[in-house]
Design a protein around this ligand. Structure first.
Ligand code: GCB
Length: 607
């Protein structure tokens, strides 16, 4: 009898999973009127996923214990004592947004399932309005239930997802139950092995968004390569989406145009403006853009710029630019844990500015939206990437679909950000046939979704013709990308600093090159001779010698050294030096600047 119950529940669970859809419902959530569900959520840590087996996929109204969240229960195996233990209302709380690792000492290393619960009332402004539930990100595998209904599942730890919840929402006493599982998986994106902390949980904001029954679903707006021409697309959704009048206004450019949507609710536009001030790092001009239909309006601040390559050059608005960059992990300095707030973004990006940067590499996954919005305002060009990192499961079709989905979600979120200039496909992925097929497919997909930005990948470099002093890229994927980027650690993993002066480069492709990583570990405050590893002197010396070495790359058009701030990594266990931190930061996790910070700043002053 017991066996029968379990397998029946399993089937019900599986059916729910297959039926679950995660449509990308509305764009520009950042600027829409919303109701925040951030704050304290109750939680249950459930490493054995016991909650799955005891959960009935039925509306709570029908249940005997309607207030108890997902865990209640038709299982005869539960004793009364168990039921009390599973009562969410008696459980401890976690702050959302936030990772669980840095909030609870006993969850520091936890990788597994946590159930979250939030109760809320919600009064719609108008009865026939549509309501969406939006998650900024949740790491990694997330199942969402509202009032006993499974809304769906999302996989991937760093991109937004949403559900339309209109028909499941009640005016009072809604129960939102979210199961988040951050177990690492071989077939996952990323895979089992990474050099960063696997922070779990609802790491970004959760919101409700209410729109009119017919609403502006999304829009794309870009500068075209023809001077003073702007193009894009607006998409409506809902009952009256066809033949609707859409007003597009950019008041500062004197633009106020009416368009008509087609039968699918779509309208493409192309318009000429007089004297657009183009967005650039030295003048990050943003314009207010407004789109209106009867009953709905969206606003955004948008910069217009072009980005392209010509031979060995990267051109912004037609002029050559050198990308003075730094790589950044999404970790909050001083507070610790996953960064998620505007204040975190301000701290990280202002430090990049102090360094003299006009460019940041947001490694190794999509960062929160504050980062790209602030980069728009501060005039920092941005490289965004997805966690296709090291050795993922190249020949597994679901791994590919997962990577493509994560990429499509970040492109949809950030397509109107002038700061974002590069989509990176992967980081340090050894070549193989399966890998080449995977990455080429991903690159084709990216170009088909967004032809207005450049494609790159952090590749590896190799000895040329067996000579360790001559380096080349030697990767067939270099033919596909617009910018050839590679990581190199000569002087750290590859010999001592003195090796730098012996290196020459054999790179013949007529394309720009970015050195997407170089660096050395140093503990802030540890001093010694310049050849003493882990000292600030060694790290600064490596920076000085590396910039001389890479300046010999004829087509060098940018650099993003590794990395702005020391970051947590379980791979870094050297006592008293690493203590779970990768120490290649130019700044310690407490905000202290190391000597190498100034070495890089000096180099950028000369560029
Ligand atoms: C790399 C990786 C980066 C590591 C870094 C290191 O090549 O791309 O994720 O953290 O090296 O410190 O070894």
């Amino acid at each position: 009898m017991l066996k029968f119950c379990l397998s029946l529940l399993f089937v019900v669970g599986t059916m729910q999973f297959i039926g679950a859809q995660v449509p990308q419902v509305i764009g520009n959530v950042f600027n829409r009127t919303s109701t925040s569900l951030d704050g304290y959520w109750q939680y249950i840590v459930d490493p054995y996923e016991n909650g799955f087996y005891n959960y009935r996929y039925e509306p709570f109204e029908k249940q005997k214990y309607p207030s108890k969240g997902a865990f209640f229960t038709n299982s005869k195996r539960q004793s009364k004592a168990d039921l009390i233990e599973y009562d969410f209302d008696k459980m401890d709380s976690l702050l959302v947004p936030g990772d669980w690792n840095t909030q609870k000492e006993n969850l520091f290393y936890y990788e597994g399932t946590v159930w979250y619960k939030k109760s809320f009332d919600y009064q719609k402004e108008q009865d026939d309005n549509t309501v969406f539930l939006y998650f900024g990100a949740s790491n990694y595998d997330t199942d969402v239930y509202l009032n006993g209904y499974k809304l769906g599942k999302h996989i991937g730890g760093f991109t937004p997802f949403q559900f339309e919840i209109t028909k499941h929402l009640k005016a009072t006493n809604n129960h939102l139950i979210v199961k988040v599982d951050n177990k690492r998986l071989k077939e996952g994106v990323p895979t089992l092995n990474t050099d960063w902390w696997n922070y779990g949980g609802l790491t970004r904001s959760v919101k409700l968004i209410e729109t009119a029954p017919t609403y502006i679903q999304d829009f794309t707006i870009n500068a075209l390569t023809e001077k003073n021409v702007i193009g894009g697309q607006i998409k409506l959704s809902g009952q009256n989406k066809s033949d609707a009048t859409i007003e597009l206004r950019i008041p500062e450019l004197g633009i106020s145009q009416n368009y008509m949507s087609d039968v699918d609710g779509v309208c493409a536009f192309k318009l000429t403006a007089q004297n657009i001030t183009y967005w650039s790092p030295s003048n990050p001009k943003l314009y207010d853009v407004e789109i209106r239909i009867v009953g709905d309006a969206v606003r955004d601040k948008v910069g217009f710029r072009t980005i392209e390559t010509k031979g060995k050059d990267i051109l912004i608005n037609g002029s050559p630019v050198f990308l003075k960059g730094i790589s950044i992990h999404e970790e909050s300095p001083i507070r610790g844990g996953r960064a998620h707030s505007k204040e975190d973004a301000e701290m990280l990006l202002s430090w990049a500015k102090d360094l003299g940067c006009n460019f940041v590499r947001l490694a190794h996954y999509p960062h929160n939206e504050h980062m790209v919005r602030l980069a728009d305002e501060m005039g920092l060009m941005v490289w965004e990437e997805i966690p296709v990192y090291w050795t993922i499961d190249w020949s597994n079709p679901s791994t590919y679909d997962n990577a493509q989905n994560q990429l499509s979600e970040v492109i949809k979120r950030d397509k109107n950000r002038a700061s974002v200039v590069i989509w990176s496909m992967a980081n340090e992925t050894p070549t193989s046939e399966a890998r080449n097929i995977f990455l080429n497919k991903l690159a084709r997909f990216t170009k088909s979704m967004d032809s207005t930005r450049l494609i790159s990948a952090a590749l590896e470099q190799h000895n040329y013709n067996g000579n360790p002093n001559v380096r080349t890229i030697g990767d067939p994927f270099a033919e596909t990308v617009d910018i050839m980027s590679f990581n190199q650690y000569i002087g750290w993993y590859d010999g001592g600093v003195e090796k730098c002066e012996r290196i020459s480069w054999y790179i013949t492709e007529d394309k720009p090159v970015i050195i997407s990583e170089f660096g050395a570990g140093a503990k802030f405050g540890r001093h010694g001779e310049k050849d003493d590893r882990w000292t600030e002197e060694y790290q600064a010396h490596l920076y000085e010698e590396t910039v001389k070495m890479i300046d010999k790359v004829d087509q060098l058009r940018g650099v993003s050294p590794w990395i702005l701030v020391d970051f947590k990594s379980p791979r870094r266990v050297l006592p008293e030096i690493q203590d779970n931190y990768n120490r290649k930061g130019l700044i310690s996790e407490k905000g202290e600047r190391k000597l190498a910070f100034y070495a890089l700043k000096n180099y950028y002053n000369t560029k």
